[in-house]
Design a binder for this molecule. Sequence first.
Ligand code: FEO
Length: 164
Amino acid sequence: MISEKIQKKLIKQLNRESESSQLYLYMASWVERKGYEGICQFLYDHSDEERIHMLKLIRYINKRGGNVFLDKISIINTTYTSLKEIFVKLFEHEKKISKEINFLIEISLQEKDFFTYNFLQWFVKEQIEEEAVSKMILDKIELIGEDKGGLYLFDKDMKNFHKK
Ligand code: FEO
């Protein structure tokens, strides 16, 4: 059985994952309208991944005898000025999520909930990857700068992007 304290924190996290999914979705839609096919595919796919993160948490809470509720999503600026702005925001967002996961792990140890501690290890691995990917894309966009040809090729490359 899951403690009230842990349940509350996990529910907060699953709502963050749900919000992340919406955030990536809005960004994908903006990018698609600008004609970047590869980058928008990456963002749509990532929106699905965030939903999977949310589902993992929901199913874990239910398995441990908890009770889940979803917050209303209060999003978010839907217009952006550039690809760079999007990936700066995503990198910051992923760093924030990593911090929250870290915090959750700290609490699971304080509460001696080693089941939750173990469950959260998947998210640790995932966040290392998520931060690295958003930073990698941001670095490339900064490198390319205003070079339209470079952006075109990068967008083409992103069509074949597969997370390791
Ligand atoms: Fe589920 Fe991008 O963190």
